[in-house]
Design a protein around this ligand. Structure first.
Ligand SMILES: [Zn+2]
Ligand SMILES: [Zn+2]
Length: 152
């Protein structure tokens, strides 16, 4: 994810200021609460994200003083590089958080939020390190729900 430890103004979703967003992992053992403003979604294709998430990871930055862990019984931290750690649920495996050791912000995967319709995608980084297949443009990919009968 970003090397910049602070939130850049152009990455902030102003409409989320003061709003409360709850979220958590798949099994519910990790729960968190965020008070906006939250950052725009940044999709990362780097090796570390691919290897920990199974595909490109994405996160939104939130200032640490606007982030609260409500339940963290199964939360584990893994140093995925010399500069950053990743928070995941030791029970269900959800890859929730990314944090630079020196940062005053935490990146949270948008899929962990109970409600994220107000979020926006800013863009992507490390696209050059993504495998040759792709790009994963959601507006252009064919819809295969009928074929896979995707459970929700
Ligand atoms: Zn879990
Ligand atoms: Zn990455």
């Amino acid at each position: 994810m970003t090397e910049n430890p602070e939130m850049m103004p152009e990455m902030i979703i102003a409409a989320t200021a003061g709003k409360v967003f709850d979220g958590g992992c798949h099994c519910g053992a990790v729960r968190f609460r965020v008070t906006g403003p939250v950052g725009k979604i940044l999709i990362c294709h780097c090796y570390d994200c691919m290897r920990t998430a199974g595909l490109s990871w994405a996160g939104i930055d939130v200032a640490l003083d606007r982030f609260d862990l409500v339940k963290d019984a199964s939360l584990k931290w893994y140093d995925s590089s010399a500069i950053a750690k990743r928070g995941f649920c030791g029970d269900c495996g959800a890859s929730l958080f990314y944090q630079l050791h020196t940062a005053s912000v935490i990146a949270i995967a948008p899929g962990m939020f109970d409600q994220s319709d107000q979020f926006e995608v800013a863009g992507q980084i490390y696209a050059a390190s993504h495998p040759a297949w792709g790009p994963c443009d959601m507006t252009r990919l064919p819809h295969l729900d009928d074929m896979w009968n995707a459970p929700n």
